[in-house]
Design a binder for this molecule. Structure first.
Ligand code: GLV
Ligand code: GLV
Length: 327
């Protein structure tokens, strides 16, 4: 990381591999360190007395125990904004793949089974994402309506979306002015904050794009999945913990919803081929790659380095987690 290497006042210790850092290595090397750059697989809950700055190369930071680090007076940096477009791109990809049998279709070809499926009038049919004259209404739902959700909505406008419903943190009021502005800009009949049950009930595609952590644990559970349309598709590109995997497998198996597209799964990366979701043909799973473009990962690394340097030198971090209300 040239940004860090060129700072001669910093004494760097770098994990040499392009994979998650071993816990033992981290614990050995963090002793005496003033700052650390981590990824979302490195759980940080207690720091040695020397540590002043934690900089995570991720937009999510539920792997950092904010209460513990706030009590110790640490600063925490993260990487919002720079990954918004990449994650929104992948969310749309998953919506298309899950609706249109992209997962099962690819697997049929790779296994040499195409010959068993000659073109058939209703073969491999799935719900169409874009509107048609027969179905002119399309409701897109979001659990969480931050930057990534809004960027996903923007990408779906040309598909003919007519309604956007979202639910978000119950303690924050709806932003009516912003919603009216979005509705006007995209010519939508509604952009509206509603109850989570109503988002589930109305959505043709439901995107889960909210932060992880205890507050959102299993937000998508059996009860919610039962409210969804049989033709709907569920996408999760946030954290696996938001979706109850067993409930989702049941929903797919019993046809409560049409399909699912997941970038994240609870318990990842230890997901075996016998996992109930892996066995569901209408569940498309990719291994937590939503921000994985070269451009975005470079920008995230740069932001993480900038946050670390600013935090250590006492300047304003480009993106610092607000710990003021953590108690
Ligand atoms: C990825 O999941 C991130 O939080 O950046
Ligand atoms: C969440 O971090 C978002 O940007 O939507």
């Amino acid at each position: 990381m040239p940004l860090l290497e060129e700072r001669s006042e910093l004494d760097l210790v770098v994990w040499p591999e392009d994979r998650a850092c071993d816990r033992a290595w981290l614990l050995d090397n963090i002793t005496g360190a003033a700052g650390v750059i981590v990824t979302l697989t490195d759980k940080i809950w207690i720091a040695g007395p020397s540590l002043k700055v934690v900089s995570t190369m991720s937009v999510g930071y539920e792997h950092v125990d904010l209460k513990a680090v706030a009590q110790q007076g640490l600063k925490v940096g993260y990487t919002p904004d720079v990954l918004t477009d990449a994650v929104a791109d992948l969310s749309v990809m998953l919506a298309l793949m899950a609706g249109r049998n992209g997962g099962i279709g690819t697997s049929v070809v790779q296994k040499g089974e195409w010959k068993n499926y000659s073109w058939a009038p209703f073969g491999f049919c799935g719900p169409q994402l874009s509107t048609t004259s027969a179905s002119p209404k399309r409701t897109i739902g979001f659990l969480g309506f931050g930057r990534i959700a809004q960027a996903t909505l923007a990408r779906l406008v040309p598909f003919g979306v007519t309604h956007c419903l979202y639910s978000s943190n119950p303690t924050s009021p709806a932003n009516h002015a912003r919603d009216a502005e979005l509705a006007a800009k995209y010519k939508l009949q509604a952009v509206k904050k509603v109850d989570v049950d109503d988002v589930a009930r109305e959505s043709d595609v439901l995107f889960v794009l909210a932060p992880g952590g205890n507050d959102t644990y299993h937000l998508v559970n059996e009860e919610l999945l039962k409210k969804m349309k049989k033709t709907s598709v569920l996408i999760n590109a946030s954290r696996g913990t938001l979706v109850d995997s067993d409930a989702l497998a049941k929903a797919l198996h019993e046809g409560w919803i049409w399909g699912a597209g997941l970038d994240v799964v609870e318990g990842e990366p230890n997901i075996s081929v016998d996992h109930p979701l892996v066995k569901e043909p209408r569940c498309v799973i990719v291994p937590h790659i939503a921000s994985a473009t070269l451009e975005t990962r470079r920008a995230m690394a740069t932001r993480a380095a900038q946050n670390l340097i600013a935090g250590l030198l006492g300047g304003q971090m480009p993106a610092q987690v607000d710990l003021a209300n953590i108690s």
